[in-house]
Design a protein around this ligand. Sequence first.
Ligand SMILES: NC(=O)c1ccc[n+]([C@@H]2O[C@H](COP(=O)([O-])OP(=O)(O)OC[C@H]3O[C@@H](n4cnc5c(N)ncnc54)[C@H](OP(=O)(O)O)[C@@H]3O)[C@@H](O)[C@H]2O)c1
Length: 494
Amino acid sequence: MSKEKIALFTIFGGTGDLAQRKLYPSLFKLYQKGYLQEHFAVIGTARRPWTNEHYHGVITDSLASLNADPAMVAKFADHFYYQSHDVTDAQHYITLKKLSEKLDAQYGLEGNRIFYLAMAPNFFGTIAQHLRSENILTPNGFNRVIIEKPFGHDFESAKELNDQLTATFNEDQIYRIDHYLGKEMIQNISAIRFGNNIWESLWNNRYISNIQVTLSEKLGVEERAVYYDNSGALRDMVQNHILQILSLLTMDQPVEFTEKDIDVEKVKALRSLRPLKPEEVATNFVRGQYGADGDVQAYRNEDKINPDSNTDSFVAGKIMIDNFRWSGVPFYVRTGKRLADKFTRIDVVFKRPIVNIFNHDDVRANDDADAHLAPNVLTINVEPTEGVELQMNAKNVGQGFATTPVKLNFAHDSAATANSPEAYERLLHDALNGDATNFTHWKEVAYSWKFVDVIQKYWDEHTPDFPNYRPGSMGPTASDELLAKDGHEWVYKS
Ligand SMILES: NC(=O)c1ccc[n+]([C@@H]2O[C@H](COP(=O)([O-])OP(=O)(O)OC[C@H]3O[C@@H](n4cnc5c(N)ncnc54)[C@H](OP(=O)(O)O)[C@@H]3O)[C@@H](O)[C@H]2O)c1
């Protein structure tokens, strides 16, 4: 059976950064692998008046780093059409409809349409409304819309945005991108958990002490300054990526590994997050903003950042989940900019053995922490290394029975990683297949915002003492204290 997928892509924001850096290379990789062949076409739209020829040059340039066969690149680029289009101008949708119908007939696209909104979210409602009013959706094929984060800036705005989208599209036609869900090791969480009896049997509050999720960035705000200063780390990373990862780590086993069954379990997990009361925010969440250090300037001095900004470039938090499985287990999460390194990792810290028979007397005599056995830690390395590490105790070589922590290590080999699809390629492929498993569903978005809104509101009402961390560190000391007061510590320390 042919693996070819048949569709017309319409990319709103076709001249933008996301389209050029991620979408065109990902579509090309799907083309190289045969998922896209003859029966696909792409309409790129934006306001600037490009010609098709110029657009083909942009497509070719966006693929430069792939070192692909120029003849293949040229053949691929021939499937691209540029349409100058202001999304707020109703007239432009008439032209778009004509071009869509022409390409549908020319390439035999069977009425299958994917609309990719690679633009600021304040345009989503207008685009969706015009797609419906100008009859650009087809009655015979599939119609799917892919949208980017941010999905609102709080629950109310997210709901408004969702209402606008659902006036045109059903929930099962809406593909909300969270590109972390396209990452190899995030997808691997379910395989590790539900494919291995040893883990799933221990995956609860009887055996797990705490779970840590770290999304660490080395760079500052770079070109996203304006957006970021209005958002901050809590909204930009916790509401979406971190809570999505948490839902995959904590959900119960789905009946089947299907989109619907997984969504049911993720929603249950997110509904079980213990909501914080405003007075609990300060003790459970830490915010930070970096100062200057050497050549690195302070957040407030970065280009296009408000010099009085109180935006959080770092957040760490303790999250509790109120259900039978997780009661009593703290989930510590943290993310920030200008930290020690760029990486994403998950550390599952197991409870220590109750008795250390190897240093039994020391433990009983003075409760010496060093005399306890080290906990087992299962680390899921998401990026840049992709793999799994397990810390366990083993006997030191030689005489005596002193123990030492050793590590079992698995990392994907570099050849497998090089061939593994990037997040956007995977997600575009899923959208072509009509599989929204690795996209965010509305109820998940809604519960995530409700959890985060309490924290943001408390922060907005209280002035922070910023800056409070040094670039190159792992955030403010209060982040370490958050764990220390529970008798825990971050597994990864800079
Ligand atoms: N870039 C990333 O890596 C990234 C990552 C995650 C999420 N996102 C999200 O993806 C979306 C796009 O981001 P981006 O970085 O690609 O932004 P961008 O580079 O600023 O691109 C915005 C696009 O919108 C077009 N546009 C603006 N106003 C328009 C109008 N009235 N009518 C038609 N087209 C219009 C612009 O083209 P013209 O000026 O020619 O009209 C441009 O193509 C945003 O929602 C962003 O938050 C981006």
